[in-house]
Design a protein around this ligand. Structure first.
Ligand code: XIL
Length: 405
């Protein structure tokens, strides 16, 4: 009897500890939800971060044979195909260190952007404490494999924890901004080719007013509230002081929207006239298969005329009529591939201005928009039609009877 109830209460205690542990891991519910709200891109609602796959150490007991999919070298490389044009990148997560993703990334790409591990809340999880371990492993992998690294991101309204900019004391907020940027950028001085210094600072649906004052079009963020519009120029100046050789970018989505593009154009022009060290504009490029290629071209042209670098920083093309429960039909895969081909044909024409094109995801099932199959590789790491379309866009378009535009 007594033994039975001891066993029972022990199991209950164990259950309680496990639940508590799981609860803590999940970021204590509400807290996590407020800090990791996905980007408000109106047309396609984003989905949460894909769960990392277990590493072979934990999934493979003893045998050296990898379980699950293997990356079979394709024999062609996107990075090589575009060597004379621009860099070709993809996202990095800790899973990138593990095959099959590792081999795929090494064969196909020559630069990486951390999907989440360098966001403010990851770099400075509590005030004054900086977490360099995961980015250090990324840098080591990149340097060993001759892959360039983009820092993403320093100043954002999301994934930025509960203290950064969350004060009504302006001086304190400036100090937080300086401290975060100086520590993060300074720590990787000379090792990061470019930083997305400020991310998504411009509101949607706010055209540039007649007086040209772009500060009226800024998104209501913790930084705008605590510091005012000049948080933007401060961020660029702090980053430049910490690493004078890194290229510094303003990065945003919906940049093919003419109204938004005009605001960003006015902002960058104004900042540069004031001597603010801003060297590039990142067009994220979260498109779908209905994207107007003409609208993308207009913005690339407009930004290039400012004399700054332009990069496509987070490219993915959602198949707008994809259904989560089914895989893509052949028609959908080809339709997506044609849009990719048209975009790359355009990017090639602007090779003097475009420094890099980075995909926001490698295989569909790990994409933040995995329900819309936006990537170049299937879940088994084999290339989709889009891969071949990008490898030689002109040929792909000709083979699919897409007329010259
Ligand atoms: C996304 C990541 O892909 C997700 O894993 C995360 O849950 C939310 O953020 N614009 C950006 C990226 O600048 O940082 C976002 O990445 C996608 C939109």
């Amino acid at each position: 009897m007594l033994r039975g109830s001891i066993v029972k209460s022990r199991s209950f205690l164990l259950l309680l500890i496990i639940s508590l542990f799981v609860f803590m891991l999940s970021g204590c519910g509400a807290d996590n939800q407020t800090s990791v709200t996905p980007t408000p891109e109106p047309s396609t609602p984003p989905t949460p971060t894909p769960t990392p796959e277990p590493s072979p150490e934990t999934s493979d007991s003893g045998s050296n044979k990898p379980k699950g999919p293997v990356y079979e070298p394709i024999g062609s490389s996107l990075a090589e195909a575009y060597a004379d044009y621009f860099l070709i990148g993809t996202i990095y997560t800790p899973n990138t260190l593990v095959d099959p993703e590792r081999s795929l990334v090494i064969e196909q790409f020559n630069c990486i952007t951390p999907e989440n591990i360098m966001k403010p809340e990851s770099m400075q999880p509590s005030e004054g404490y900086f977490a360099f371990t995961l980015p250090d492993a990324m840098l080591k992998f990149a340097e060993e494999n001759n892959i360039k690294v983009i820092g993403h991101t320093l100043v954002w309204h999301q994934q930025s924890g509960r203290f950064l900019g969350q004060t009504s004391d302006r001086e304190k907020a400036i100090e937080q901004l300086r401290n975060h940027i100086t520590n993060v950028v300074g720590n990787y001085k000379g090792r990061i080719m470019a930083w997305d210094v400020v991310n998504e600072a411009v509101k949607d649906g706010a055209p540039l007013p007649a007086d040209g004052d772009w500060t009226k079009c800024l998104r209501e963020t913790q930084w705008l509230r605590s510091i005012g519009p000049d948080y933007i120029e401060m961020a660029f100046r702090f980053a430049h002081e910490a690493d004078p050789d890194a290229k510094l970018y303003y990065n945003d989505y919906n940049m093919n929207d003419e109204d938004k593009a005009k605001v960003v154009h006015a902002m960058v022009k104004d900042l540069r006239a004031k001597g603010v060290p801003i060297h590039g504009i990142g067009m994220q490029g979260h498109y779908d298969t209905n994207v107007s290629i003409e609208s993308v071209e207009k913005s690339i042209k407009m930004f290039s005329e400012l004399g700054v670098e332009v990069s496509i920083t987070e490219l993915d093309i959602s198949v707008n009529d994809a259904s989560v429960s089914k895989s893509l039909t052949e028609e959908q895969e080809v339709r997506q591939a044609i849009v990719y081909a048209k975009l790359f044909k355009l990017f090639k024409q602007y090779k003097d201005n475009i420094v890099r094109v980075t995909f926001w995801g490698t295989i569909d099932s790990k994409s933040w928009r995995r329900d819309k199959f936006p990537c170049l590789f299937r879940n088994d790491y084999t290339p989709k039609e889009a891969y071949y379309a990008i490898l030689d866009p002109e040929k792909y378009l000709a083979e699919h009877g897409v007329a010259e535009e």
